[in-house]
Structure formats: C-alpha cells, structure tokens
Design a protein around this ligand. Sequence first.
Ligand code: FE2
Ligand code: FE2
Length: 274
Amino acid sequence: MSHSHPKTRFEPTRIAPETFLVHDHHGEGTAPVSVALNTMVIRAAEPVVVDTGMMENREQYLADVFSLVEPDDVAWVYISHDDVDHTGNLNALMSLCPNATLVINWFMHERMGASLDVPMHRWRWMQDGDTLDVGDRTLHLVRPPVFDSPTTRGLYDPTTGVYWGSDSFASPMATPARHVSELDQRDWVGGIHTFARYVSPWLELVDDARFQRTVDRIEALRPRVLVGCHTPVIDGPFVAPALIAARQAPTATVPAQPDQSVLDALQAALDPAA
Ligand SMILES: [Fe+2]
Ligand SMILES: [Fe+2]
C-alpha cells in the first residue's frame, strides 16, 4: 500500500484541564475514509496514560506522550482493552516509565499471552465498576455500550467530566479531524451507527431496552466530553447527539462491508497486468 500522501499531523488537543487527547489516524490517502487512533493523557497528581496506540506510530506516540508528561512521572498506564490499536506501545511505554503501574484485568493478560511483556508485579487488575485513586481524583471504570473485546472498560474522570469510551462513539472521518464539528453532521451520525455495528455485530442480537440502559449509564455520568480511540473530540452540544446516535446503533440501517468484488477491483487497480 502506498503512503505517498503526507500524513496530517495534529498536536495533542487539550480537552479539559490537564487532560489531553493524543492523535493518530489510519487510512488517509489510501482509503475512502480515515479512522482516528487516539490515546489520552491525564496529568493528575499521579499522571495517567490511557491506551497506547499503534506500534506503527511508536516514535510519534512516545514523543507526544512525553511532551505532556515526563517518563519518570507516569504513574498509571490504563489499557481499555486488549486490541492491537490500544496495546501497540504498551510494552515500550512500560519499559520507558519505570514508576508506572499497568492497569489491565485478568482476561486481558489471558488473551494477550506472551505479547504482554511486563512483569506481573507491575500489574493491577481492575474491572467495570472499580475505581482508581490517582492522588487528586478518583477515576471510575465504566464499560461503554459498544465494544469489541470482552475486556473493555471505559474511564470516567468526575473532576473534568471526560469519559474515555474506548471503541464507543467512534466514527470514520472523510478527512482527519480534531473535533466532530469538522465532520458533515449526517455523515457523523451515520458513521457512529456504522462503526458501532462493524465493531459490535452482536448489537443486532440485543434486547433494545436492555441496550438502552447501557447508554443510560453513560448519560447518567453527565459527561462533558466524550473521547475514545476512534472519534474526534465530542464535547458541549455534540455530546447529546452522540449519545442519541449510540442509542440508534442496534436498529439503524448501515451499509454492507466491502466484499470480494471490492477487493477484486482494488487488486486490478494495483496490478494492471492482472
Ligand atoms: Fe477494539
Ligand atoms: Fe479500537
């Protein structure tokens, strides 16, 4: 795949006091849409790094994180779930941050196997419903409504109203964006439906009333900012429509995923001799 298109560069975005979204994205110039690959830094009394990005972006990821917090000061590395776009720099970050404790859970360690290369004495296992004291605030682990790994827990900071939804509230972007206000608003809502159904096809199977209670749980936090790995920043007046779009995801009509005929066309375009 060609990477001749220069990658749009976003410096970290301050989303709340001492709270920053660290940007990356995938697909620009090579796919019809881009997908954000964000992570977060909370400069609490005990600083927290939330998710660790893609291995392919390691150099920029580490530079961005360490532009916000010194390696020795990182106290917590919080992993929302064990997918490669959230764990790509986990081992590297933990080896560069000697004072950090890794917040995972039992099933993450089971699923990651030997790819988790951090000694057990540096782990902490925490589940949905648990709280993490980081010195000047207590963070709440809250499972988001949409997820593609059974290990998923979001993270809510009641002092700023920032909720990290992991793979929830995600949408593709026509072009890389910092904030959902930059997206065509109909594309954004449709993109939340589509992304949710692609990462969580089981949404079609759920009892809708029970699903709505999972969104109620997030709404009850009264989040001021919704962030996650795969969405530009959602804040202010954009929070309510994002929650509504999440509520609609199980029953919305979404486009089919590209199939073999699309791959045939891609292969033919790349190889004119075929
Ligand atoms: Fe995931
Ligand atoms: Fe993800």
